[in-house]
Design a binder for this molecule. Structure first.
Ligand SMILES: [Zn+2]
Length: 58
């Protein structure tokens, strides 16, 4: 395995009613298609970081 340099980790929240994961930067992962490698462990997506700084809430 290993971490690819191009991978980014987003700040996301899974919808309890649809199972979809929506990220702060506007991406949506369908159920079963999301990356399970820790949504909140190490955020590397610049857009998500920027949105968090602006106080964007999911
Ligand atoms: Zn993002």
């Amino acid at each position: 395995m290993g971490r690819k340099g191009t991978d980014v980790v987003h700040i996301g929240r899974r919808s309890w009613w649809s199972g979809k994961v929506r990220t702060l930067c506007g991406l949506v992962y369908l159920p079963g298609n999301e990356q399970e490698q820790g949504w909140f462990t190490r955020i590397t997506c610049p857009a998500c970081k920027a949105a968090e700084k602006r106080g964007v809430r999911l």
